[in-house]
Design a protein around this ligand. Structure first.
Ligand SMILES: [Zn+2]
Length: 318
C-alpha cells in the first residue's frame, strides 16, 4: 500500500514537472508558419502606413516576450534556422527607405544614429536583448522623389548602406522609384531592377540583393523578368520575391514554401494583434525551433508535407 502511495506521488510529481516543462517551452514544429513583417514609415503620427517609434519598440518587446527571435531573410530562404529550442523565427522588412527608418543626427560634433529611427531602436534593443537577434531587410528606393530616396540624407547614403551591409542587415531591391512592374514591358522592368542594384553597388561594391519586394504588390507580366537577368551590363538574380500582404509564410521546409510568392504581414496594430493572437490560440500552426539546425522536427505523420529537397538536413518525427 505504501509502495502504491509512493508510486502515485512520484507519478504526480512527474506529471506536474512535465506540464511545467511544456508551459515553459513550446513543442518543436518546424513545419509551422513564419511571420514576415512589413514596416513602412517609422514616424509620427501613427497612421495606416506609419508606426511610431514607441509602437515599433513595443512591437519588438511583444515579439521577444512571446518567444519570437529575429532571423535574416537570407537564412530563412536557405533553411538555416539556428535558433534555440522553443523559439520562433520572425523576419522584419522595411519598404521604401523613408527617413524615419534610418537617420543620423549630429550632436556635439559627432554623428550618431537617431535612437528614434528604426535602426536606432533595433540597435538599442539588440544591445539590451542579445538573444533577440539582429536582422532586418531594407527594401530601398534609390531614385524615388524625396523623402523616400535612400532615407533622405544624401550626405550619409553610403555610410548608411555600408552600415546595414556590415551589421548583418540586408538590403533588398524595390526598383528604382517604386515602379508598378505590371505596367511596363520587359526592357523597362529589367532596367528598373538592374538600375536599383547598380545604385546599391555604387555605395556597397559587389553587393547583390537576394530579394525583390514588389512595389504595390504587382508582379510583372512575366515573373522571370524579376527573378534574374541583366540590363545595362548589370546582372541580377533574386532568390525571393515578396508580396505586400497574405498572412504568415509557410515554413521554409514545407512543400508549400514558394520563395517567388512570399506573403507578408503589414505591421500595423490590427494585423499584429490579429496574428500574434492567432498563434497564441493555434500554437500548432506556429514554427517552433527544435534547437538543432541539422534536424527538421515535424509532427508525427506530417513528413509528406516537407519539401523533397532538404539538402543534408535530417528529419525527426515527434
Ligand atoms: Zn513600397
Amino acid at each position: 500500500m505504501r509502495l502504491l502511495l509512493v508510486a502515485a506521488l512520484i507519478l504526480t510529481a512527474v506529471l506536474l514537472l512535465a506540464s511545467f516543462a511544456s508551459a515553459e517551452s513550446p513543442v518543436p514544429n518546424e513545419l509551422g508558419r513564419v511571420m514576415i513583417l512589413e514596416y513602412h514609415k517609422i514616424d509620427y503620427p501613427e497612421e495606416r502606413w506609419t508606426r511610431t517609434p514607441e509602437n515599433f519598440r513595443r512591437d519588438l518587446e511583444t515579439l521577444y516576450a512571446h518567444g519570437y527571435r529575429l532571423v535574416a531573410l537570407g537564412d530563412l530562404l536557405d533553411g538555416r534556422i539556428t535558433l534555440p529550442a522553443g523559439t520562433t523565427p520572425v523576419v522584419l522588412t522595411f519598404d521604401d527607405s523613408s527617413p524615419g527608418q534610418f537617420r543620423y543626427v549630429e550632436a556635439n560634433a559627432e554623428v550618431e544614429i537617431d535612437p528614434k529611427s528604426a535602426v536606432g531602436i533595433l540597435e538599442a534593443f539588440a544591445r539590451e536583448h542579445p538573444d533577440f537577434g539582429h536582422a532586418a531587410v531594407f527594401f530601398v528606393l534609390p531614385a524615388a522623389d524625396p523623402p523616400n530616396r535612400l532615407f533622405n540624407q544624401p550626405a550619409y547614403v553610403g555610410k548608411k548602406l555600408r552600415f546595414l551591409a556590415s551589421r548583418g542587415y540586408e538590403i533588398g531591391n524595390h526598383t528604382l522609384w517604386h515602379a508598378n512592374l505590371g505596367k511596363y514591358d520587359e526592357t523597362t522592368v529589367r532596367a528598373q531592377i538592374a538600375g536599383a542594384q547598380q545604385w546599391i553597388q555604387r555605395h556597397v561594391p559587389a553587393y547583390k540583393p537576394r530579394a525583390l519586394a514588389l512595389p504595390h504588390g504587382v508582379y510583372p507580366k512575366d515573373v522571370r523578368w524579376a527573378l534574374s537577368g541583366s540590363a545595362k551590363g548589370i546582372a541580377y538574380s533574386h532568390d525571393a520575391i515578396l508580396q505586400v500582404a497574405g498572412g504568415p509564410a509557410p515554413s521554409p521546409f514545407a512543400r508549400a514554401f514558394d520563395p517567388v510568392r512570399l506573403p507578408r504581414i503589414q505591421a500595423i496594430e490590427s494585423e499584429l494583434r490579429h496574428w500574434l493572437g492567432y498563434f497564441e490560440h493555434h500554437p500548432g500552426e506556429r514554427f517552433v525551433s527544435d534547437g538543432d539546425p541539422a534536424v527538421v522536427t515535424v509532427p508525427a505523420g506530417r513528413r509528406d508535407r516537407l519539401r523533397s529537397d532538404l539538402g543534408g538536413l535530417r528529419v525527426f518525427e515527434r
